[in-house]
Design a protein around this ligand. Structure first.
Ligand SMILES: [Zn+2]
Length: 91
């Protein structure tokens, strides 16, 4: 993989292999990250490729936004769970 692209993918908030539960209650795994560039080389969009298992088959979604995963991953304190510094703190 191109090093620049790998570094950009690594800088995305969510990483390949991370899991979360979506609002339909499906356990989703991030399978890939799609980065979109303009003709001038500007990084303009990030989309996640996500899969969940249904009846023994992996069902893929190719156009999942960072904010969709962030909302699905919100902890009881209102943060994206993996960024929360209050875990173990009761509300
Ligand atoms: Zn929390």
């Amino acid at each position: 993989m191109n090093t620049l692209i790998k570094n950009l993918a690594d800088s995305c908030r969510f990483k390949i292999g991370e899991t979360y539960t979506n609002r339909k209650g499906e356990k989703c795994t991030i399978k890939d990250i799609r980065l979109t560039f303009s003709a001038s080389g500007e990084w303009i969009a990030t989309k996640y490729v996500v899969a969940h298992t249904f009846m023994g088959q992996e069902i893929f979604e190719y156009d999942v936004c960072d904010s969709t995963i962030a909302k699905a991953s919100t902890c009881k304190h209102g943060y994206v769970a993996k960024e929360c510094k209050l875990e173990g703190v009761a509300l």
